[in-house]
Design a binder for this molecule. Structure first.
Ligand code: BTN
Length: 325
């Protein structure tokens, strides 16, 4: 996507009519160049009307991230973090993994208004739209070895859910292993990628995608039950405020994890688990599904369930899916 497309959409972000002539002049471009640039809007999931005599108007306003405002909040609250906001990237996690291999420091964060190829867990794509989602990644370096990062993705889920609750999404909860849900529908997804030596040090790139305000066309491209912040919060936070809150909560969670592993977040995670004590159907990736009741989460992040024949089973693989019965 051209940089001009993003610049033109910023001029239209308030959702009002703006004449093509005014926008083109403010960008120092011809109207034909502007018209060409705006042809990229549908690919970004943006609906744009063009009305002769009135100009261009977005179907809904877009709140672009305010990088300076977020960094100011982080600067005072959290000097451990440094944030870069891009208009476009293939995937914030892919880019941050590259930056990690080139020595980027712990606490480097990357957010993007739009990802060309956002990645979900299990090799799935992560679907998002410009202004309708929050997509970012955080790099953290640990003294402990890669083999001791089990449970990190649960600690991340707890931090993300807590940030959502703090920002007014009161019913945000976690779903084992690392989804964030509201009313049993997916609100945010988490992808944790780790590397390093068994004995340490190690590095984690934590990618978070939040459904902020999903439009019908984006919803049509998602094949699971989802919801968004706009529906779940009585007064939705701005995307910038939500991102700042998440980064602060995540940095705290990473530090606590470095000290004590998942045990620091275990109690809070348990109390936020949407399926705690519930009857579920367990869908392993390869084995036959079975019914069980959720009992607990173990110190290593495994989910402990009881089967109807009285056995206690520890579910450790992130490949397992839970369904409410
Ligand atoms: C999931 O499948 O639930 C995990 C989704 C993780 C998506 C986020 S969006 C920011 C970061 N960049 C990516 O490509 N993926 C993660």
């Amino acid at each position: 996507m051209s940089a001009l497309t993003f610049e033109a959409l910023r001029r239209l972000a308030d959702g009002r009519f703006h004449s093509g002539e005014d926008i083109a002049r403010s960008l120092n471009r011809s109207r034909a160049t502007l018209c060409e640039a705006l042809k990229g809007a549908p690919e970004l999931g943006v609906e744009l009307f063009s009305v002769p005599g009135k100009g261009y108007r977005l179907a809904a306003p877009i709140e672009f991230l305010d990088a300076a405002a977020i960094s100011r909040r982080l600067g005072s609250a959290d000097p451990r973090l440094s944030l870069q906001v891009l208009d476009e990237v293939d995937s914030t996690s892919t880019r941050l993994l590259e930056m990690a291999s080139q020595g980027a420091p712990s606490g480097t964060c990357l957010a993007a208004e739009w990802q060309r190829s956002g990645r979900g867990r299990r090799g799935r794509p992560w679907v998002s739209s410009l202004g309708g989602s929050l997509t970012f990644s955080m790099l953290w370096r640990f003294e402990r070895g890669a083999g001791h990062l089990g449970g990190l993705s649960l600690a991340v889920g707890e931090a993300v859910a807590r940030a959502l609750v703090e920002c007014g999404v009161a019913r945000a909860q976690v779903k084992w292993p690392n989804d964030v849900v509201c009313d049993f529908r997916k609100l945010a997804g988490i992808l944790v990628e780790t590397s390093g030596e068994m004995q340490g040090p190690s590095v984690a790139v934590v990618g978070v995608g939040v459904n902020y305000r999903l439009d019908e066309r984006t919803l049509d491209r998602i094949d699971q039950a989802v919801t968004d912040v706009a529906q779940c919060a009585s007064v939705p936070p701005t995307r910038s405020a939500l991102l700042a809150a998440m980064l602060v909560c995540l940095a705290g969670a990473m530090e606590a994890f470095e000290r004590t592993g998942f045990s620091a977040a275990r109690e809070a995670w348990r109390s936020l688990h949407a399926y705690q004590g519930r009857a579920v159907r367990v869908l392993p990736a390869r084995d036959a599904p079975f019914e069980a009741e959720v009992v607990d989460v173990a110190a290593d992040g495994a989910l402990v369930v009881a089967t109807p024949d009285g056995r206690t089973v520890s579910l450790a693989s992130a490949e397992i899916t839970l369904r409410a019965r």
